[in-house]
Ligand binder design. Structure first.
Ligand SMILES: [Zn+2]
Length: 354
């Protein structure tokens, strides 16, 4: 029996075809209508229905490019199941180059939303009723906040075995077992029992080739693990791709001042090792910020002007740090060609070039 068409916002997408559907969201003050663009690739054969979405925080744009590249993957010709791509969830924030909505709300705290609520609630309601409630798996793509650069990492509630399988399949070097936040897309998906992982990589308003490339590979690997696209022939990855952190902690500035970073992204640090120096403009007051435990640096603050209490380094701790180092080594070796072309001297990947 032929597969039924995929119906979204009143549009039917036949099996073996792809379509872009523009779901009406709201209007600007000018009464110009805004749409949520969604691309659907509806395979001929039954299988999982995977939603991949990005820019729920409007300035986190690496995911938009990840989705663009995934949609060009030739393996999609043999798709089993359905891929639903939503590259720009927070269309208002994306236009304004900001994380938030025009009323300064965080769309990722507005789920499940409501039809008659404020703008955030309405967009959340639209996404969940038109898309989320019709899918079986979700990958949500994010970056660090502005001036904060995240090492590619997966955040997921690992008590769900299907979620854990997706997290492992993605192949980012670090996995964080992250608890759910009220009102987030991830929490809502979890309440529907939909396995969901969040990818974090790079920083807001910037493209980073290593991050984008690892995100594209990750989405494709999850699709392979879900049997949506054929498994690549040839030898299996012999080395360790991911290690799950036992916990992670932000290290904060202990004085107001100007920061000189010492530790780099992805670097292994020991307990008490210097992460950065903080000083006043004349260097009369100077203190070292040190790591509270041994671990791997998974986020760095790239803005050197900091206030006391500000989060400047995110360090992950592992039960077996050696395994995390192996995952980092494998990650570095996988992206050597991209890193070799890097010329920006203070780029967070510097450590990886040595
Ligand atoms: Zn985000």
């Amino acid at each position: 029996m032929a597969r039924a068409p995929f119906v979204i916002a009143g549009t039917e997408v036949k099996p073996g075809t792809r379509a872009t559907v523009e779901i009406p969201v709201a209007k600007l003050y000018t009464h110009t209508p805004l749409h949520l663009p969604v691309e659907i690739i509806h395979g001929r054969r039954d299988g999982p229905v995977l939603m991949v979405c990005a820019a729920i925080h409007g300035d986190e744009i690496n995911g938009v490019e990840i989705i663009r590249r995934v949609l060009r993957n030739s393996a999609l010709r043999h798709l089993r199941g359905t891929l639903v791509a939503v590259p720009i969830v927070n269309i208002f924030g994306f236009i304004q180059r900001t994380r938030y909505l025009p009323d300064r709300r965080d769309l990722n705290r507005c789920f499940p939303g409501s039809e008659s609520g404020s703008l955030g609630g309405r967009i959340a309601y639209l996404l969940r009723t038109q898309v989320m409630e019709h899918v079986t798996h979700i990958i949500d793509l994010h970056t660090g906040a502005i001036n904060r650069f995240n090492l590619p990492q997966i955040r997921a509630e690992l008590k769900n075995a299907d979620t854990e399988r997706m997290a492992e399949a993605f192949g980012a070097p670090i996995i964080l077992n992250a608890s759910l936040r009220d009102g987030s897309l991830r929490a809502y998906a979890d309440s529907l029992d939909i396995p969901v992982i969040t990818f974090e990589g790079g920083e807001a308003l910037r493209f980073d080739d290593v991050v984008i490339s690892s995100g594209v590979k990750g989405v494709v690997r999850v699709m392979r693990a879900l049997d949506m696209i054929p498994v690549k022939k040839g030898p299996k990855a012999p080395r360790k791709r991911s290690e799950t952190a036992a916990m992670s902690s932000w290290v904060r500035a202990d004085i107001d001042g100007i920061m000189r970073p010492v530790a780099r992204l992805g670097q292994r640090v020991n307990k008490g090792q210097k992460l950065a120096m903080l000083a006043d403009p004349f260097g009369e007051v100077e203190t070292a910020v040190v790591s509270p435990f041994s671990g791997i640096v998974i986020c760095v603050n790239n803005l050197p002007l900091v206030n006391e209490g500000e989060a400047i380094y995110h360090v992950a701790r592992f039960d077996e740090l050696g395994e995390a180092e192996k995952a980092m080594d494998y990650f570095r070796s996988s992206y050597e060609s991209e890193l070799g072309e890097e010329v920006v001297p203070v780029h967070p990947w510097d450590e990886m070039q040595r």
